[in-house]
Design a protein around this ligand. Sequence first.
Ligand SMILES: [Cu+2]
Length: 145
Amino acid sequence: MFHVIFVAMSLLPLPALAEIELHDFAVTHGIGARPSVGYGHMINKSDRTQTLVSVTSAQFERVELHTHTMADTVIQMRKVARFAIPANDTTRLAKGGKHLMLFGFRGKDHGAEINLVFTFVDGSTRNISLTPAQRMKRQGMGSQP
Ligand SMILES: [Cu+2]
């Protein structure tokens, strides 16, 4: 029975997610109650545009897709519904541009591994696990000699 199912599934076409590669993803926890931020890049090895529509994590209440835009000389962070990855191209999430913003950390240990689930517009998903970077700590003003 299981053998029959396995053979049937192996005949299905490869899902689109095989054409997307997620590289160098890193998450840095926010200071105090501030949200965490995630960067990385997504490579599209197919001949059609792929579209990321959501990221979820068991360790966070919600994850939003954000961009930075310039509005009258003021840099604004904006929540967007999707990140497109053009055919045979790379979409980079980097400081000052597109990024993931992770709200409501549910864990207790900032050094513990977290999981992210990327969902694309065709319904395919991709899971990654990573250990967040140490958050930046401000130097105490009284620590200088
Ligand atoms: Cu943001």
